[in-house]
Design a protein around this ligand. Structure first.
Ligand code: GDG
Length: 478
């Protein structure tokens, strides 16, 4: 008799598993937990619960066998090289990502990408259905898995299903461009509760259901056609592990490293910092333009002022990302060529990813943090910077087009499209007296510490548990 399959009361489904494969010096393959905030949040909610995580292990081909990592059971879903190309790089990152971020670059539509998206979502739904215990709670993450809620409900009407959108949900005028808009909404409406970063995102979703599906809606509730079920859509903004980051930034080695970074840059009076995935949504070009103009106008200049821009490599097989990289690198080259000095470049551009200790040291070293996205669901970097500044030093320049701005109003706000305004915000962040900046930083820190990632996860799960009872519970399983 085959052994009964292990099942779990709480199942997370996300495109990626929270681990990365690494090859050790002696050639062994090991899994290392990725350091992201989502993993920390999930650790806090999975402690003492029977939890599993369904996701892709990061390499194309047959998936590894399920394995345990600390308290979490990891259940890999396999993606072929064609799935990675069509479902992930194609439909997720070249169709949905631009549409959901205000079409900063044009979206690409291919029917074969959509076919692949459907079949990968079905695979995820089946994997979850297989390991979810009777009446389990399932939490599906992000734009790559929007069909999973309805697919899973068909397989397992007994489970409670939540979905969380990490990125913006676009206004209906943009969403309506998607040839598969109806299917995407129906996919999402399989969930009992849909969580968004901002109330405006939740409203965009409800409006899309009302206009494109002709669904009945009331406040944050959407009536699901052909059932007596209602799905609730509201904002539960994500956050960071405040205590963990603060403790990291208090480590003597991190503090010493921050000093060393400043010294190696020639101890500038003002060190400005940008940390982003190299993505066109992050406003890196606008930031560089504002900075370049400030240098040309001699409002600021090296060696007194310098900018470190960390641009973490991202989605390098998608054309829009390759174009962005060459544009940014050309601009940095031009700025340094024209405005740098021997031993004091105007921009220190780093196209790498760094360990979290180094990130914390950079945050501690930076006098001005530039967070200038054109559109961003939340932007965790802004919150991480604040969490690391236990010394109350530093100043945050923050775009109004981030979810974070809706919580961090005291920051030096900017509209990155308004280059003149962005320049003024940067100058204000530099020139505001230290005492005032400390007061601002104290209130920003209070907000992030009161609303940390552990609280986010607990609030999300409470909202999911309280979401309307699905009448389908009375039905027998198909
Ligand atoms: C999506 C949404 C939303 C970056 N470089 C390194 C590194 N990072 C870390 C940052 C931060 C994370 O990556 C990036 O998070 P963001 O929120 O800034 O942006 P996205 O990647 O676009 O994330 C976004 C988020 O989901 C969560 O819901 O906020 O709006 O787009 O944690 O610190 N970490 C390390 N080395 C690096 O080089 N260790």
């Amino acid at each position: 008799m085959p052994a009964a399959r292990q099942t779990f009361d709480l199942v997370i489904a996300a495109n990626r598993l929270p681990v990365d494969q690494v090859t050790t010096l002696d050639g062994q393959i090991e899994w290392r937990r990725s350091p992201g905030g989502l993993v920390t949040a999930m650790e806090s909610v999975m402690r003492g619960r029977d939890g599993a995580w369904v996701g892709w292990a990061g390499e194309p081909g047959a998936p590894p066998e399920p394995f345990g990592e600390g308290d979490i059971h990891l259940h890999p879903v396999g993606l072929s090289a064609a799935d990675v190309r069509d479902y992930y790089e194609g439909f997720s990152n070249d169709t949905l990502w631009p549409i959901y971020h205000d079409v900063i670059v044009p979206a690409t539509f291919h029917r074969e990408w959509w076919t692949s998206y459907q079949s990968v979502n079905q695979r995820f739904a089946e994997a979850v259905a297989e390991i979810a215990a009777e009446q389990a709670t399932v939490w599906v993450h992000d734009y790559q898995l929007q069909l999973v809620p309805a697919m899973l409900r068909r397989l397992r009407p007994d489970v409670r299903i939540g979905w969380f959108d990490h990125i913006p949900f676009p206004p209906v005028e943009l969403f309506a461009q998607l040839p598969w808009r109806g299917q995407l909404l129906e996919g999402l409406l399989g969930a009992d509760f849909l969580g968004f970063q901002r109330q405006a995102d939740a409203r965009n979703f409800v409006r899309a259901c009302s206009q494109l599906l002709k669904a009945q809606t009331r406040g944050d509730l959407v009536q699901v056609e052909g059932t007596q079920r209602q799905a609730r859509a509201s904002a539960v903004p994500i956050s960071v592990d405040f205590k963990g980051l603060e403790a990291l930034a208090k480590q003597p080695e991190v503090i010493a490293r921050a000093r060393e970074i400043r010294a190696s840059l020639g101890d500038p009076r003002v060190l400005m910092l940008g940390v982003d995935r190299l993505d066109y949504t992050k406003g890196i070009r606008h930031r560089l333009k504002a900075y370049e103009e400030l240098l040309v106008e001699r409002q600021i200049g090296p060696p007194e002022v310098t900018l470190v821009q960390v641009a973490t490599p991202s989605r390098e097989r998608v054309a829009a990302y390759r174009n962005l990289r060459s544009e940014v690198e050309q601009t940095v080259g031009r700025i340094n060529g024209e405005l740098g000095q021997i031993g004091s470049p105007a921009v220190h551009y780093l196209h790498h990813s760094y360990p979290r200790e180094e990130m914390a040291a950079l945050f501690l070293a930076a006098d001005v943090m530039l967070v200038t996205p054109l559109r961003d669901g939340m932007n965790l970097v802004a919150k991480e910077y604040v969490a690391c500044r236990h010394d109350l030093g530093g100043a945050l320049v923050l775009s109004e087009f981030t979810g974070a701005w809706h919580e961090l109003h005291q920051a030096f706000a900017c509209n990155p499209h308004d280059i003149e305004g962005l320049k003024q915000a940067i100058l204000r962040a530099i020139n505001t007296p230290a005492k005032d900046k400390q007061r601002i930083m104290r209130s920003l820190r209070r907000r992030v510490s009161d609303h940390d990632v552990q609280r986010w996860a607990a609030r999300y799960l409470a909202a999911l548990a309280a979401a309307p009872e699905p009448p389908l519970r009375e039905e027998t399983r198909r």
